[in-house]
Design a protein around this ligand. Structure first.
Ligand SMILES: [Zn+2]
Length: 185
């Protein structure tokens, strides 16, 4: 992560997007969100590393493209490149791994809650609620739905925003290093 060390001397205060609380986060680079899935395919080696890429945002272009469909940069303005820089892929990886970590933590939280309910049911559950079969059904179904709820739905939202912010900050540092200033594109 070369750019982390370098960013200290290249005015990170002006190149790093400022965030007004997690819930209010809106990416200053919309094309990064649109490229996220394609970059993950590249990170996981599901698509070839070589190709024809936008010289500004590194979106894969078709042979006939003269303007990038993601960031609108004309190929006449910035020559296309043959591969995506590793620092750029690392920025997308930050978003991917941060989000995954939050989803897993949320799913785990949901299963812990289902387990606690299970223990409560078999120990203190009155009447039918205390029946082991009922408690096991709660453990399986409740575990599944609580893991879904706390994982992708609840914690996944937080992970998305935190991951997107990390990715955007890394991209801002990359731009500062590559172009010497943070473009507003
Ligand atoms: Zn582009």
């Amino acid at each position: 992560m070369r750019w982390f060390a370098n960013s200290v001397s290249s005015e990170p205060a002006t190149t790093t997007p400022k965030v007004e609380g997690i819930a209010g986060y809106v990416t200053p680079y919309p094309y990064l969100d649109r490229l996220q899935e394609k970059m993950e395919e590249r990170i996981e080696h599901r698509v070839p590393a070589a190709g024809r890429f936008c010289g500004f945002c590194y979106a894969r272009l078709r042979n006939e493209d003269t303007r990038c469909p993601f960031c609108a940069t004309p190929t006449s303005e910035r020559a296309t490149v043959g591969e995506i820089p590793q620092d750029v892929l690392r920025a997308y990886k930050l978003r991917q791994s941060t989000e995954a970590r939050w989803v897993h933590t949320g799913a785990f939280t949901g299963m812990i809650i289902a387990s606690l309910i299970f223990v409560w049911m078999v120990t203190w559950g009155p009447g039918l609620l205390g029946h082991p079969a009922f408690a096991f059904a709660e453990l399986l179904l409740g575990g599944y739905f609580l893991a879904q709820f706390f994982g992708p739905l609840l914690f996944g939202q937080v992970g998305y925003r935190k991951g997107a912010r990390k990715r955007d900050e890394a991209w801002a540092r990359f731009l500062a290093e590559r172009d010497g200033a943070a473009p507003t594109a």
